[in-house]
Design a protein around this ligand. Structure first.
Ligand code: SF4
Length: 430
């Protein structure tokens, strides 16, 4: 029987590294999706020199350096600081969680400049110490109706284009109403809503760390009243799935090379190659995405093609139909202390199976190192949950659901699926 996983409720930062099975995990915090080639190269260097050479790209589009040791931590932080990647203090780093479209600021067809709004929001968060009480997972998101929209559904407060060039501030847990404001008022209104959350949360007997939970407990009216704003009816948000962004792409006349790594796990050398390619053939920068991919803007298609050739030669994923794209896996052992076995060593072997069962979102298989299911919330056609080094097989469910077979060896997964597959209904998540 697997032990119940520990839910930490916070993300690693540079000031507060997270202990992991392969050492300390530190985040190289970036504000918005853009990171220039020099800083990307610096992160690769830090990972190689002071960590174990592995870097994760998270679902919040942040890079995390793995395997830092207590003996190398100070050097790693000094190097982050020298690269301009260390926020002013631990509070600022912890609360500055802003998700934005990867092409923010590049897309002239978008409703507004999301990158400018992200910059303003980050600056305002840093300046107001009252906001330092926000929980570590509290997330802002900015959407701009541009070429590669993000899914803002996980955000506590999100910014969206509204009619007449205004901005709609949506709150998690409220689907049919938003606070509509002029662009120049959007950041201040969002921060009033965040402060209302802090005050109402403090008054609650429960530990409510997300806006959705607070609104489920109190309703939206106290939040709105305390923030001094008004709600207007808006249509529910449509779910956003990212369009193809791998390989050479030309979206709204923005040309870029899209590259991914299996389960968002990058080696330092791969990031160094992308940084070099961005400087040599691109516009000197890359864009981080919440989809395990890095986009390298380029001046023309030939330049983007050169970047793709270099990335493919390094073993990176450069096409959306690569079978490795159909698997999601958490770090597993030895990196996660709660893991019941290794996860990512099985990616190549299980990729064809994942492809075969892939749902509409392209994902067919989720490998989870324990029942917590960190890598993917919700249902997947096939979920493999490690328990004492063996696999529990869940069909059309998540890591916490009841398996149809338990204690499987790697070789027994396909036969078990074949035996049970005639009972598989289409996955609700797809
Ligand atoms: S799901 Fe994976 S990453 Fe999350 S706690 Fe379990 S083993 Fe660790």
């Amino acid at each position: 029987m697997s032990p119940m996983p520990e839910i930490r409720g916070w993300c690693p930062t540079a000031y507060r590294p997270m202990e992991s099975g392969d050492g300390l995990l530190i985040r190289a915090k970036t504000i918005g999706p853009r990171i220039d080639a020099i800083r990307l190269n610096a992160i690769a260097h830090i990972a190689k020199s002071y960590g174990n050479g592995l870097i994760d790209l998270t679902q919040r589009a942040q890079l995390q350096i793995r395997g830092v040791q207590q003996s190398t931590l100070k050097d790693a932080l000094d190097a982050l600081d020298a690269a301009g990647l260390l926020p002013a203090n631990a509070d600022v780093e912890r609360i500055t969680n802003i998700l934005a479209p990867p092409l923010a600021g590049l897309d002239s067809t978008s409703a507004f400049d999301a990158s400018a709004l992200v910059t303003d929001l980050a600056a305002a968060l840093a300046q107001d110490v009252a906001l330092y009480a926000l929980p570590a997972k509290f997330l802002f998101a900015v959407t701009d109706d541009g070429a590669l929209p993000i899914d803002a559904s996980e955000a506590d407060i999100s910014f969206h284009p509204a009619a007449e060039r205004r901005i709609a501030l949506r709150l998690a847990g409220v689907d049919d109403a938003a606070v509509i404001v002029a662009p120049g008022e959007a950041v201040a209104a969002a921060l009033r809503l965040a402060k209302a959350f802090i005050e109402l949360r403090a008054a609650s007997p429960f530990d409510l760390r997300r806006m959705r939970k607070l609104i489920a407990a109190t309703g939206v009216a106290p939040v709105i009243a305390r923030a001094g704003v008004t709600l207007s009816a808006v249509p529910p948000l449509m779910a956003n799935r990212p369009s193809n962004h791998l390989g050479v792409q030309d979206l709204n006349e923005i040309i870029f090379a899209g590259v991914s790594a299996p389960s968002g796990r990058w080696r330092a050398q791969e990031l160094a190659i992308l940084a070099e390619a961005a400087a040599a053939h691109g516009l000197g920068e890359v864009r981080l995405t919440p989809w395990r991919a890095i986009l390298i803007p380029a001046p023309h298609r030939d330049a983007a093609a050169k970047i793709i050739t270099q990335a493919a030669a390094s073993g990176l994923i450069v096409a959306s139909d690569d079978p490795r794209r159909s698997i999601v896996a958490c770090p597993g052992a030895p990196e996660c202390l709660q893991a019941q076995g290794e996860t990512r060593i099985h990616l190549e072997r299980l990729a064809p199976l994942a492809r075969q069962y892939a749902g509409k979102d392209g994902i067919g298989l989720h490998i989870s190192g324990c029942g917590k299911g960190c890598a993917r919330q919700g249902a997947t056609p096939i979920t493999l949950v490690l328990a004492d080094g063996h696999f529990n097989l869940v069909v059309n469910g998540g890591a916490q659901d009841t398996p149809i077979s338990a204690g499987l060896a790697l070789d027994e997964i396909e036969p078990s699926l074949t035996h049970n597959v005639r009972n598989m209904a289409p996955c609700a998540a797809n």
